[in-house]
Design a protein around this ligand. Structure first.
Ligand SMILES: [Zn+2]
Length: 332
C-alpha cells in the first residue's frame, strides 16, 4: 500500500484538526508516565523489559510522524519541546541536568525529566536508540544538547553498533545545525578511524554525504511522496542535495539545471584516503567508491590542487588495479 499524504496537505490538516493535537499530546504524556511507573514498580523480567522498550518505540514512532507532518500542521511549542525530550530519554541519565539547551517548557520539572531518564533510559534497546538518533538529528531546537548526545555516542559509547547508528545520522545532524557545526567532521571522524572495520566502512559511506552537506545547500525533507506502509513515517526524514539528488526540487518546484555544482575544499577528505590503502577490506573500498560520485561533484576544480590531485590519484589510479574483483567492479 502506498500513501501520498505529502501531496494532500489539506487532508492531513483536516485529519489532525479533527483528532485534536492537544488530546494526542495528553495521550503521549500520560503513556510515558505509565511506562515510567511500570519501569519503577515491576520486576524487570525479560517480558516486561521488551514490552517497555516496544511501547517506548511506539511513542517515538508517533512523535516522529507528528514531526514529519509539521510542514502541513502547526505543532504547538510545548509539543515540539516534548518531542525533543522524548527522543533524548536514552541519554538523559548519562549527563547532568539541566542538559544545556534542552527545553523544559512542556509541563514536567527538571527533576521529573531526570526521573524519566533514570527509569526508562536503561530499558531502551539499540533499535529504539537508532530511531531516537534519527529524530534528534533532524529536530529544530536544542542544537548544543543534540550535538552533545552525538558526541557522547560517537566518542564515549563502547558499543560499535551505537557509533555506527550515530554516524549514519551525522550528515542529517550537520544539515540541520548548519555551518557552525561543521567542525564536528574534523573533531570526531579522524578519531573513529581506529575503531575497527565496521566503523571505517560507515565513515566511507558517510563522506559522500558530508561533501554535499559542506556546500550548505542541502535541505531536510521530512516526508516522502510515497511511503511504504510497513515503514515508520519518520524513516523518510532525510536531506537532499540540489546537485546530487535527482528528486530535489527548489521552492518553485523545479530543479535548476543551469547552476554549477557547489564546491568544497578537497583537503577535508585527504585523511580518509587511508580507507583505500592496499590492505583495506574490500567492503570499505566499495563503500568509499559509492561516496565518490558525491565527493567529485563537489571537489572538482577546487583551489587546493595538491589535495585534489592526491584524491584523484588514490581513487582513480589505485582502484583501477585493485586486486579485489568487487572493488574493481564497484569502481567501474
Ligand atoms: Zn551533493
Amino acid at each position: 500500500m502506498k500513501t501520498s499524504s505529502a501531496e494532500n496537505p489539506s487532508e492531513v490538516k483536516e485529519f489532525f484538526t479533527n483528532l485534536g493535537l492537544s488530546h494526542l499530546f495528553s495521550v503521549l504524556k500520560s503513556s510515558l508516565q505509565v511506562l515510567v511507573q511500570i519501569a519503577e514498580q515491576s520486576s524487570r523480567t525479560t517480558d516486561t523489559l521488551t514490552a517497555l522498550d516496544s511501547s517506548f518505540q511506539k511513542l517515538v514512532h508517533t512523535s516522529g510522524a507528528l514531526y514529519c507532518m509539521s510542514d502541513f500542521i502547526h505543532l504547538p511549542l510545548d509539543l515540539c519541546q516534548f518531542l525533543i525530550f522524548l527522543v533524548s530519554i536514552p541519554w538523559l541519565a548519562r549527563c547532568d541536568p539541566p542538559w544545556i539547551d534542552l527545553p523544559h517548557g512542556f509541563g514536567l520539572s527538571v527533576d521529573g525529566m531526570a526521573r524519566v531518564g533514570r527509569s526508562l533510559g536503561p530499558v531502551i534497546d539499540l533499535e529504539s536508540k537508532v530511531l531516537c538518533l534519527h529524530l534528534l538529528a533532524a529536530l529544530d531546537a536544542a542544537p548544543t544538547w543534540r550535538t552533545q548526545v552525538f558526541l557522547l555516542v560517537l566518542q564515549k559509547d563502547t558499543a560499535i553498533d551505537a557509533k555506527i547508528a550515530a554516524l549514519k545520522q551525522l550528515s542529517l545532524l550537520l544539515c540541520s545545525l548548519g555551518s557552525f557545526s561543521f567542525h564536528l567532521i574534523s573533531d570526531v571522524l579522524p578519531g573513529l578511524l581506529s575503531c575497527g572495520e565496521a566503523v571505517q566502512e560507515e565513515i566511507a559511506k558517510v563522506i559522500g554525504s558530508l561533501a554535499c552537506i559542506l556546500t550548505e545547500n542541502t535541505v531536510i525533507r521530512k516526508l516522502k511522496e510515497q511511503l511504504s506502509f510497513d515503514d515508520p513515517v519518520c524513516s523518510s526524514i532525510t536531506f537532499l542535495c540540489p546537485d546530487c539528488d535527482p528528486n530535489f526540487q527548489n521552492k518553485t518546484g523545479n530543479k535548476d539545471e543551469s547552476k554549477l555544482s557547489a564546491i568544497v575544499n578537497a583537503a577535508i577528505f585527504t585523511q580518509y584516503l587511508q580507507l583505500l590503502s592496499p590492505d583495506t577490506n574490500a567492503a570499505i573500498k566499495c563503500a568509499f567508491i559509492n561516496s565518490m560520485k558525491r565527493m567529485f561533484t563537489h571537489i572538482a576544480f577546487t583551489a587546493d590542487y595538491a589535495a585534489h590531485s592526491s584524491i584523484v590519484s588514490a581513487t582513480c589510479f589505485d582502484l583501477i588495479e585493485d586486486p579485489d574483483f568487487d572493488v574493481r567492479m564497484a569502481f567501474r
